[in-house]
Design a protein around this ligand. Structure first.
Ligand code: 45D
Length: 166
C-alpha cells in the first residue's frame, strides 16, 4: 500500500489500526519520540483530562514486570478483557492519551519496559509515520485521540465475560 498526500486523517487512522500490534506499539513510540517537547501535559485549559486517574492506572502498571507491561499494552490494542482494560476503557479519551504519554515517559526511565534498540518499523508503518508527520498538530492530536479511544474494554457496553468473570 502507498499513501499519498490526499489521504485523510481518518484513512491514516485506519492504516495505523491495520498494522500488526507490535508495529502499532513501535510506531506509537516513534511518534512519541518525534513529538518530544511539543506535548505539554500541564497545558492550561486541558479540558477533559484527569491526570490523577491516568496516574492511578499507571501506578498499577508500574507494579508489573516488564513482560506483563508489554503484554498489557498489546492487550489494550487488541481489546482483550481484563480489569485494567476496563479501567482504561472508563477513562475519557484525552485521559487515555495522557496515560499512553505517561507510559512512554516511564519507558525512558526503565520503570516501564524500554523500547528495544534496533527495532525497525515495517515498510507499511514507516509510510503511516511519514503521513502523520505531514498533518498539522491539531490533526495529529485528533488522530491519536481517535487511535487510543477504542482500545481496552468499555465497561459500560461490554457483555459479561464468562472466561474472566468480568
Ligand atoms: O521487545 O488536551 C515491541 C494531553 C516488540 C493534555 C516492544 C494532551 C519488541 C490534554 C512491541 C517493539 C497531554 C493529554 C518490545 C492533550 C519488544 C490535552 C515494546 C496531548 C519491548 C491534547 C514496545 C497528549 C512498546 C498527547 C512498549 C499528544 C511501545 C499524547 C510503547 C501523545 C509505546 C502520546 C508507547 C503518545 C507510545 C504516546 C507507550 C504519542 C506512546 C505514545
Amino acid at each position: 500500500m502507498t499513501y499519498t498526500q490526499s489521504n485523510t486523517a481518518n484513512e491514516l487512522l485506519q492504516a495505523f489500526q491495520g498494522l500488526e500490534t507490535d508495529q502499532q506499539l513501535a510506531l506509537f513510540w516513534y511518534i512519541y519520540k518525534e513529538m518530544g517537547d511539543s506535548i505539554t501535559p500541564a497545558a492550561p485549559g486541558a479540558s477533559t483530562v484527569s491526570p490523577d486517574i491516568a496516574e492511578g492506572l499507571l501506578n498499577q502498571v508500574l507494579e508489573m514486570s516488564h513482560e506483563e507491561q508489554l503484554q498489557l499494552q498489546r492487550d489494550l490494542i487488541e481489546r482483550k478483557n481484563s480489569l485494567i482494560a476496563r479501567e482504561y476503557g472508563a477513562m475519557s479519551d484525552t485521559t487515555k492519551l495522557l496515560f499512553w504519554y505517561r507510559l512512554a515517559q516511564e519507558m525512558e526511565t526503565n520503570r516501564v519496559v524500554p523500547f528495544p534498540a534496533n527495532y525497525d518499523l515495517s515498510e507499511q508503518a514507516q509510510q503511516v509515520f511519514q503521513q502523520i508527520k505531514q498533518l498539522d498538530f491539531g490533526q495529529q492530536i485528533t488522530v491519536f485521540r481517535d487511535y487510543v479511544a477504542p482500545m481496552g474494554v468499555d465497561p459500560s457496553t461490554a457483555e459479561h465475560d464468562s472466561e474472566t468473570g468480568l
